[in-house]
Design a protein around this ligand. Sequence first.
Ligand code: ZN
Length: 187
Amino acid sequence: MSRVSRPTRMNCPGLSRATSLSTWPLRLMTGAETPRTRRHQGKTVSVSWASSEGVGRSMRSNRGRDTLPELAVRRLLHQMGYRYRVDYAPVGGRRRADIVFTRQRVAIFVDGCFWHSCPIHGTRPRQNSTYWEPKLRRNVERDRETDETLERAGWTVLRFWEHEPPGIVVESIVETLQISKLPPGSP
Ligand SMILES: [Zn+2]
């Protein structure tokens, strides 16, 4: 099954970088209610060592599971009547996708801009760069390995950036699900 490419900004002319940034992701990232900590291996660790406010903001919004952009996408899908698994390993092992449609074999990832090195917001912290460089590079490598593993197993992989508007993300997911729809009578 072929990989469905990430919808690019080119596909949505009405959406300039300025619009997307001024609307939902930043508004959610800047909330004072967002804690300055994140969970790491079962412990809550401080992220106050972030080398810049931008990075710190990015990290706080990338706490692994249940990020706000991902929640918004899930909520929209659910409202449309779609049912899916959350944080589920499609082919076993440790590679979990954020949203999984098992019957249609569609695995969806909503990647955090910082952790997955988004071309627009993927900053490389200057401080502790010997720590961050390999760590962030490894994340991207792992993403590609995950894609390959899933695709070899017959899955369609969809990846989105957390900065992409949830409505556009959902449109793309729905389109893929319709293509992947099994013929009637399939198990
Ligand atoms: Zn981004």
